[in-house]
Write a protein that binds this ligand. Sequence first.
Ligand SMILES: C[S@@+](CC[C@H](N)C(=O)[O-])C[C@H]1O[C@@H](n2cnc3c(N)ncnc32)[C@H](O)[C@@H]1O
Length: 264
Amino acid sequence: MPFRGEIRRGPGALPETVEHAGEELAEAYARGKGLLGGDPRLRPHPGPPMPPEPAPWIRVGESSPEQVARFQEFLRAGPAEFEIGSRDGRLILDRARRLPERRFVACEVRYKYVRRVFERAAEAGLANLWVSDSDARLLVREVIPEQSLDVVHVLMPDPWWKPKHAVRRIVVAPFLCDLARRMRPGGVLRIETDVAGYPEFIDAEVAATGWFEPHDPSLVDLFREDLPTRRQQWCIEHGVPIFRRYYRRRPRPVSEEERDAATR
Ligand SMILES: C[S@@+](CC[C@H](N)C(=O)[O-])C[C@H]1O[C@@H](n2cnc3c(N)ncnc32)[C@H](O)[C@@H]1O
């Protein structure tokens, strides 16, 4: 999967073109390299305790097939939203409260945050929120059904500039293709960052998939009432600008030639 553009900034900014890094990354991604916490199916011991099933917590490699089926049923009944890197869950818990007719999944690799979000959702009596402490890339590939997601939130993702960390990136075309297949046509991919130079990289990665329309700033209207995430709150307090990107999922992917022909 070719990558375009250059990474322009960041501590230890990558010297090579994105295209070069892209081929290596695509291959590493296909092999499951760079999963945070490693591949759970290869771990000798189970992860930290989850509440007993059928509590709304899903973990790749440990949840039972019945629990996986419950989770998939929950999503298919949609409309469904998925947040990657939900941390303390302030945004998704608030959306789940305000939008009870929608279904939400908060995915975050750090267990202590997931536990907290789970407890807060239970205290608030929210029946429309599931949590996961699996790496989002694994959850998407292994468990999330095709065409089940209406909105995907990726807020303030770590750009992982250092070459040795590049395999951890979420905003790369191979994963975005996997994600697109799990989204419904017309679904919205929302990516926000405070890292200057990163939005151009994000645009290039998203475009390389062929699955998404170009960034449409008017889609911000869908999220106007959202609380800022913790990182966004910090940016607001310190006057750091936030760059926002919104892409609609096409009914099918279009090739580069089709895109060029459309703009001629
Ligand atoms: C820079 S923080 C942003 C957190 C939050 N969205 C905010 O804006 O405050 C990125 C978060 O994504 C989580 N994360 C990174 N890669 C992930 C992955 N592959 N799957 C799930 N969570 C991931 C990290 O643990 C971290 O909490």
